[in-house]
Design a protein around this ligand. Structure first.
Ligand code: MRU
Length: 369
């Protein structure tokens, strides 16, 4: 997607140095557009855990490239596949909620286990990481196509007025290599000439909404308005939201969705106001082993520092300022679980299904082991 006048995706191999993987530093946006070099497993671990790269599909892609970078660090005397397995075990521990991380690592490690010849390990790992990126891009492109009719239908009821879509966090191309998940149908609607307007939840504590989603939408020329996290319910009560579309970091077989903290409250408000609430994600976000999201999905708890300080731009640099008394502690839960009963549908690369075990099994029977 466009950043300025140039097309980017969230992660890529450096053209001039194949031992370098490049990413956009999401901790610097929207104030500075900078790319970072990843040269080692440790670089990948740090980039994911500090959220230089974030968003479920992008975390997976970064981890996949992490295994490729691990092939540059192999020590001669020990079993190479075993060393890569250790790198995968290390990388999978950097963020707990998005299942794309383990799905991507399993994808690359399966390829390696099936082709363990030392001479081609690096090639195999690189091809697997690149294939994974292409698959995720295609999944997101299809999510856009499958979600578009929802916006088209809402548009028919608006007599030429914009369809108001509320989204939470950042589930755009920055989070997902290209196109986006929740934002893919929005971009497609905008490109097709359907008037759309997006309410962007700021998404405290890290402000992925105000910093990343607002930036992405603005780059693409999609009209949007930033709102404080608590505003969505009020807008819904006053008929100012037609559709809610969010992403997902992990969806269980019964259709419970883990997404950025605050998503559940939007789903409750949408349900109370009869506004359809959709979650959009590629099948790599489905965790077929889990049923009850509330009991079974691990919810990341991050450092309280992200909460007790707020980051902003002072015109020259990004600054952190404290927002509470010194003695007060913060509890920083990264995600919450939206139960299936509050969700109108799941938008995937294969189409839209209801969040029920029956429909998820029907749609993805070939992927369930
Ligand atoms: O903590 P983050 O910024 O990685 O959380 C991201 C989200 O919650 C997104 O909504 C999710 O990853 C959807 S992916 C396109």
């Amino acid at each position: 997607m466009l950043a300025g006048t140039k097309n980017y995706q969230g992660i890529w191999l450096d053209e001039s140095d194949p031992s370098v993987v490049r990413v956009i530093d999401q901790n610097r946006l929207p104030f500075f557009f900078e790319t970072r070099e990843l040269r080692s497993v440790e670089d990948v671990y740090t980039a994911i855990s500090t959220m230089t790269v974030r968003g479920a599909p992008l975390i997976g892609a970064a981890a996949a490239f992490g295994i490729y970078l691990a092939t540059f660090e192999l020590s001669r005397n020990a079993d190479h596949v075993h060393q890569l397995e250790n790198a995968a075990r290390y990388l999978v521990s950097c963020r707990p909620t998005a299942v794309n991380l383990s799905a991507a690592l399993n994808f690359v490690m399966d390829r390696i286990r099936n082709n363990p010849a030392d001479s081609s390990l690096r090639e195999t790992a690189l091809k697997a990481a690149l294939d994974l990126c292409e698959q995720e891009k295609e999944n997101c492109r299809l999510i856009g196509i499958n979600g578009l009719p929802l916006i088209e239908d809402a548009g028919k009821r608006k007599n030429g007025n914009p369809v108001n879509i509320l989204t939470h966090c950042n589930a755009g191309w920055l989070a997902s290599i290209d196109y986006g998940t929740a934002l893919a149908p929005v971009y497609l609607a905008h490109e097709s000439g359907i008037p759309v307007h997006v309410w962007v939840d700021e998404t405290r504590p890290r402000n992925q909404g105000s910093r990343l989603t607002a930036w992405e939408l603005d780059q693409a020329g999609v009209p949007c308005t930033l709102i404080a996290d608590n505003t969505g319910g009020h807008l819904m009560q006053h008929g100012m939201v037609d559709l809610v579309i969010v992403g997902s970091d992990r969806t269980t077989i019964q259709g419970d969705v883990a997404n950025k903290i605050g998503t559940y409250l939007k789903a409750l408000a949408a349900y109370d106001n009869n506004i359809p609430f959709y979650s959009a994600f590629p099948s790599t976000t489905l965790d077929f082993r889990l049923n009850d999201g509330l009991k079974e999905i691990p919810v990341e708890e991050r450092d309280e520092e992200e909460l007790v300080f707020i980051e902003g731009f002072n015109g020259e640099t990004i600054e952190k300022i404290k927002i509470c008394p010194d003695n007060v502690r913060g509890a920083n839960y990264g995600f919450d679980i939206t139960p299936a009963r509050l969700i109108a549908g799941l938008i995937t690369e294969r189409g839209i299904c209801r969040p029920s075990e029956k429909e998820i099994r029907n749609m993805f029977s070939d992927k369930i082991k």
